[in-house]
Design a protein around this ligand. Structure first.
Ligand code: GLY
Ligand code: MN
Ligand code: MN
Length: 444
């Protein structure tokens, strides 16, 4: 299961078709990042570059020149180096890289200064996104300056961001991409099931995190798509809690927001469940409101809905629920209009999902919320978070933080929840946690 060479070629062709004739696009690979002293973080390829090439090496750069068909496609990458390869592993080298990626030609990255300025000279536009790789930004600006100052030169090319064009392509997922994302979500769901089954009072949050990571790697997804959030009790109220360092307490809930990356594609799942396997009355009451809000949002996802519709659907159900629980007082429309509910539900319902966890693509077009269309993939993740010091709230509800997050693909035959393998009803969660040790055997 992967993206075919033909699909990469189609992506490049579609991008090139969107470029004006006398232009050129530059897409750099990711940079290796220092972790400490001389040790690097595991390398993660730049998503834009990976989308267009499938090439995994750093110190590379793709140049697209519009022309007939897919135009001209050029790669700059590292040369073979026996000594370095002995320490750091194999490099394809320009010739084999061009062949493997189906590109017209490839050159050593060390020749960039000799070749790229000549390709840029005389173009009307250079499509390149500034701000991500400052060193390369400076280098390209240097090329432009040299072009401008050359004797007899005309106007230098204008630099234009490539993002709008490229990211609009990435927003619409192909069948092959949906398959990879479905697999990513399936693996993550298995990780959440394992965490539910292994959870015990007294464990540390990071030990529960390890149960998810174990499943991700065992099932072929080596890396999480983002740092996992495992928050017991009030730690669930911290949206970006990643310390994961506290012990899990009997009687508390634990919120896990974790998803793997599978072959370049992210999944993003949140489940909230009782550390001891049984929801208390107040926990269950709040949980049911979030779940109903999430279901309403998922039900509203259809072609022709706009991006705001799932959010509004979740807000309406959650506001009613908070009112029924006595956490909000007043008329529902008024509470929505005034935003009074944001004390408990302070984020939006979701985001695009793809190669990046918060994937690319505009949410508004010409100032209007974007229409939902087949091929889009999004998360649906409402939550209720009740402060520990909130004196206006009955004590039994204080410190409860609940989010439920699924990955939803809009396909020809409707919205499909890719992450349905992770249980989310109270009954299903309690059953799995009770029967955990039996079911675990059949999992992997
Ligand atoms: N895990 C990040 C998010 O849910 O947006
Ligand atoms: Mn998440
Ligand atoms: Mn998310």
């Amino acid at each position: 299961m992967s993206i075919s060479k033909a699909e990469y070629a189609r992506r490049r062709q579609r991008l090139v078709e969107g470029l004006p004739p006398n232009s050129l696009a530059i897409v750099p690979a990711g940079r290796e990042q220092l972790r400490s002293r001389d040790t690097y973080f595991p390398f993660r390829q730049d998503s834009d570059f990976l989308y267009l090439t499938g090439f995994g090496e750093p110190e590379s750069l793709l140049v697209l020149v519009p022309g007939r068909g897919a135009g001209e496609t050029l790669l700059f990458c590292r040369e073979r180096d026996v000594e370095k390869e002995m320490w750091d592993g194999p490099r394809l080298g320009p010739e084999r890289a061009a062949e493997a990626c189906g590109l017209c030609d490839a050159f050593p990255i060390g020749d960039l200064d000799d070749i790229l300025p000549g390709l840029m000279d005389g173009r009307d536009f250079i499509y390149y996104t500034m701000g991500r790789y400052p060193q390369l930004d400076r280098r390209l600006q240097g090329y432009l300056k040299a072009i401008e100052q050359a004797p007899g030169s005309c106007l230098p090319p204008e630099m234009v961001s490539l993002d709008p064009l490229l990211h609009d392509l990435r927003l619409f997922k192909s069948a092959a991409e949906i398959r990879l994302m479905a697999r990513a979500a399936e693996i993550s769901a298995a990780g959440h099931r394992r965490a539910m089954q292994r959870c015990r009072p007294g464990m540390y949050e990071y030990q529960l995190e390890a149960e998810l990571l174990h499943t991700f790697a065992t099932l072929g997804a080596r890396e999480p798509a983002y740092p996992s959030i495992v928050g017991g009790g009030r730690n669930a109220l911290v949206m970006h809690y990643i310390a994961n360092s506290a012990p899990l307490k009997n009687g508390d809930l634990v919120l896990i927001d974790a998803g793997c990356e599978y072959r370049g594609y992210a999944s993003d799942i949140t489940r909230t469940f009782p550390v001891n396997g049984r929801f208390s009355g107040p926990q269950k009451a709040v949980y049911e409101v979030v779940l109903a809000g999430q279901q309403a949002a998922i039900d509203s996802i259809a072609p022709g809905s706009d991006w705001d519709r799932p959010h509004l659907a979740s807000v309406e159900v959650i506001v009613r629920g908070l009112k029924d629980l006595g956490l909000l007082n007043g008329d529902v429309d008024g509470l929505i209009e005034s935003g009074a509910y944001r004390r408990f539900y302070m984020h939006r319902v979701g985001h695009w999902l793809g190669m990046d966890v918060h994937d690319v693509g505009d949410y508004k077009v010409h100032g209007q919320w974007r229409q939902l269309e087949v091929g889009m993939v999004m998360t649906v993740e409402p939550g209720i978070y009740i402060g520990t010091e909130d004196g206006a709230v009955p004590e039994k509800f204080r410190g409860i933080g609940i989010r439920i997050e699924d990955d939803v693909a809009l396909l020809k035959d409707g919205a499909q929840v890719l992450s349905a393998g992770a249980p989310k009803t109270v009954a299903d969660i309690e059953y799995l946690m009770r029967e955990g040790d039996l079911i675990q055997e059949a999992l992997l």
